[in-house]
Structure formats: structure tokens, C-alpha cells
Design a protein around this ligand. Structure first.
Ligand code: LLP
Length: 421
């Protein structure tokens, strides 16, 4: 459920009509609903209930400071994968002991930054990384809390570019070798082993892969405890998928996902950490765009928008589907016609949808891409020298620009011309 509904024939973000934001900000823009962000965070938090837990929002899905502040205000932890994300979490007021640091390539500078500012745990993905953390923490005279990310070799049944839990993926330590790495960690100075970490992929639409991975984590936890390791936390990653269409085969709900966690791991007495990104932010955001032209092609119509692949790359990168809806609600029974929806970027890949059944639209009309809150603005670029798309946050009947569209001057001023030119 989200808070983007038609009211009096106009699509609203909470209580704000989208044309009002378009008039103030110009198009294209991202708009996020505070109520939806809060609701989705609470679905996890409340489902985990009495189980000791921390819901760490995966910042990579939507990293605007204002959004992080909304979630931090609800007690969210954060899952970060870079020094930049770590600093964002801190800037949003999240204490270090609520931040987990994931990723296969943490640099020494990033490790130092997190140790200086405080960290709940590093999710360690390799032996060289473990050695680096030990060396840096020891030199600083501190102890680094860690979990080891294991690769359970489970097929997540998702797009190959976002599956992470198969043995051929670059992530984690093969689960069969985990005991060796835990034994090493236990001996290293500056390291405090806290738990086990796993994340098998993103946009999972079935519970079975989670269950398979969690059962492997269960067996591993028992074996590690038998070897004398104090496993007190389990970080189960993110990955629960969202509905991208209004069809009936919606992915499982957070409460069902949490049911699997409790059934597989609930009796181990561990604190549970999860790292949802998309489920919290995905349906909390829209990308709003205007029609520039309608073009008649050879046997097809092109709807040319002012948003492009640089603003929302998911369709060209993963072949992802986003519902595209008119901001002015069509009259019931308005006939639909197939249309290719494209942006102005000079690549054929700059296509949002092919032969999409749409109501008739004209130049100047506003359309909204649904489910664009996650991996939308964060993956935007300035390709074709198109200024980064701005972001707007709605709260009830108020809205605020939370990242302004850069001016062309700002964009150009980032380049410098060497003196010899
Ligand atoms: N934890 C770790 C260690 C991750 O790598 C990810 C996502 C998450 C948590 C959050 O997963 P989520 O709950 O959002 O599924 N750009 C792609 C998705 C990449 C996901 C990367 N890792 C897309 O647009 O579909």
C-alpha cells in the first residue's frame, strides 16, 4: 500500500496534488511519501515485535538525507556500503552503534572512518578484509565488531544482476569454509566476532530461497557455537521484493517473511538484524515526468518524455517494469493504445516501455512512474549533460525540495580546464 492516490481526478502524493509540485519544481522530479516510508519501516519493525532486533535500512536504495532522517526518527538502523553512505547515516543522526557496514571492497580509509565514528559491525566478506580490519583496529587501539558474510549457495530466483547468494557471485565467504575464517577471526587482535551475516539477493518474490538460506545459517550458527564462538547476532540482509504491477501475484508480505525468520532462527536466542531497502523505499516514491512530443513511427507511436534513462535506469539496465500512469485520471472506459515510452537520451536503450497500453496523452501532460523510490534517484547520472533529477518529500499537505535540481552553471562549474589549455 502506498499514499499515491487519485483524488478528484488528480494523482496526489499524500494530500498534495502532483501538478502543484510540478509547477513549483519543474519536471522531471522524484517525489517521496513520508507516510509510506514510515508505514513500510513499521511493517518490519512491528512484525519482529518482541524478538530483539534492529531494522537497518539499506541506504543504497534511497540515500537522501531527509529520507534517512524520517527513518532514523523511527529508530531505524542503517546498512551502508561506502564511506559516503556511512557519513550520510551519521549526518542523518544515526549513532554508530546502529550502523552496519556491508560490501566486498571496503577500503582502509573507509574502515578507519567507521572505526573513528563508531560502528555496530562490519560485515566481512573476505579474509584479506578481515586482516585489514584487524590491522587498522589494532593500530588505533580499538576493537572492531564483526560478522562474517557467508555465501550459502542458494538460488534467489531473481534477475541475475541482483542475485548475490550463489557460489559464483562475488559476495561472502563460501559457507563450507566459514569455520576456518571464524577460527582466524577469533585469533586476530582488534576483532570481536559478533555474528553471522547473509544476503542472497534483491527483489525476491518467494520465501523459499530465504528459508533455505536461513536454515543454512542456523546449522552454521550451531556449529560455530559448538566451536566456542559467541554468535549473538544474525544479520539476514535485505531482498524482499515489492509489487511492480497491480497484478494479483504480489510478493510475500513482511509479516510472512518475518514468520520465516522466526520459524528458522527464532529459538537461537540471537538478536536479528535485517537490511531491507526496496520494500521500504520502492513504493514510497514516484518519478514524475512531462510528455515532450508524441511521435508517429513506422507502425508504432513513441511517447517522448522529459525523463530519461539517466534519471531512472532500471528499465534499460534490468529490463524492469514500472507502471506508467497519467497524473490526470482518465475517464473510465478511455481506450488504451500501445505506445513506446522513451526519453530524450541518444541511445535506443533509453526506452522505458515498449508497446505499453496507455490512454491518449498529449505534449505537456504529466505522467508518473510508480515504484520508483528504490534504486531510482540513487542510480541517476548526468549522462547527456542532463542535470541530476531533483527530489521532493511530501508530508501530509506539505512538500519540500530535499535535493534541488542543479543549475547548468553548477554543473559546468564542476569541470576545470587545465592551465595549459
Ligand atoms: N543488504 C545488502 C548487503 C545488499 O547488497 C542489498 C542490496 C540490500 C541489503 C538491500 O536489498 P533490497 O532490500 O533493497 O532488495 N539496483 C538494483 C538492486 C540492487 C540491490 C543491491 N543490494 C535494482 O534496481 O533492482
Amino acid at each position: 500500500m502506498d499514499h499515491f492516490l487519485y483524488r478528484d481526478g488528480i494523482l496526489h502524493a499524500e494530500d498534495v496534488p502532483l501538478p502543484e509540485i510540478a509547477a513549483a519544481v519543474g519536471t522531471p522530479f522524484y517525489v517521496y511519501s513520508t507516510a509510506t516510508l514510515e508505514r513500510h519501516f513499521r511493517l518490519f519493525d512491528e512484525a519482529l515485535g518482541d524478538t530483539p532486533h534492529l531494522v537497518c535500512f539499506a541506504i543504497k536504495s534511497l540515500s537522501n538525507l531527509a529520507v534517512l532522517k524520517v527513518l532514523a526518527g523511527l529508530g531505524a538502523g542503517m546498512d551502508v556500503v561506502s564511506g559516503g553512505e556511512y557519513l550520510r547515516a551519521k549526518a542523518a543522526g544515526v549513532p554508530g552503534d546502529r550502523i552496519v557496514f556491508s560490501g566486498v571492497g571496503k577500503t582502509r580509509a573507509e574502515i578507519r572512518l567507521a572505526l573513528e565514528g563508531g560502528i555496530r559491525q562490519f560485515n566481512v566478506e573476505s579474509e584479506p578484509e578481515l586482516l585489514a580490519i584487524s590491522e587498522i583496529a589494532s593500530a588505533m587501539g580499538v576493537t572492531a565488531p564483526i560478522a562474517i558474510r557467508v555465501n550459502p549457495d542458494v538460488d534467489a530466483h531473481t534477475h541475475e544482476k541482483i542475485a548475490t547468494g550463489k557460489s559464483e557471485n562475488k559476495f561472502g565467504i563460501p559457507i563450507a569454509r566459514a569455520h576456518i575464517v571464524y577460527a582466524l577471526a577469533a585469533k586476530l587482535p582488534g576483532i570481536a566476532v559478533k555474528g553471522v551475516d547473509v544476503h542472497i539477493g534483491s527483489q525476491l518474490t518467494e520465501l523459499a530461497p530465504f528459508e533455505a538460506a536461513f536454515l543454512k545459517v542456523r546449522t552454521l550458527t550451531q556449529a560455530l557455537r559448538a566451536d566456542g564462538h559467541a554468535i549473538e547476532r544474525l544479520d539476514l540482509g535485505g531482498g524482499l521484493g515489492i509489487p511492480y504491477t497491480r497484478s494479483n501475484d504480489a510478493p510475500p508480505l513482511p509479516v510472512e517473511y518475518v514468520g520465516v525468520i522466526k520459524a528458522t532462527l527464532g529459538d537461537l536466542g540471537c538478536e536479528i538484524e535485517i537490511e531491507p531497502g526496496r520494500l521500504i523505499s520502492g513504493n514510497a516514491g514516484l518519478l514524475v515526468s512531462s510528455v515532450i512530443y508524441l511521435k508517429e513511427g513506422e507502425g508504432r507511436k513513441f511517447l517522448i518524455l522529459d525523463a530519461a534513462m539517466n534519471d531512472l535506469v532500471r528499465p534499460s539496465m534490468y529490463g524492469a517494469w514500472h507502471d506508467i500512469v497519467p497524473v490526470v485520471e482518465p475517464a473510465p472506459g478511455t481506450p488504451l493504445a500501445p505506445c513506446d515510452v522513451v526519453g530524450p537520451v541518444c541511445e535506443t536503450g533509453d526506452t522505458f516501455a515498449k508497446a505499453r497500453a496507455l490512454v491518449p496523452l498529449a505534449a505537456g501532460d504529466l505522467v508518473a512512474f510508480r515504484s520508483a523510490g528504490a534504486y531510482g534517484a540513487v542510480m541517476a547520472s548526468e549522462y547527456n549533460s542532463r542535470p541530476l533529477v531533483p527530489e521532493v518529500l511530501v508530508h501530509g499537505d506539505q512538500f519540500a525540495v530535499i535535493r534541488a535540481r542543479p543549475s547548468f552553471e553548477e554543473m559546468l562549474s564542476r569541470d576545470t580546464i587545465p592551465e595549459w589549455l
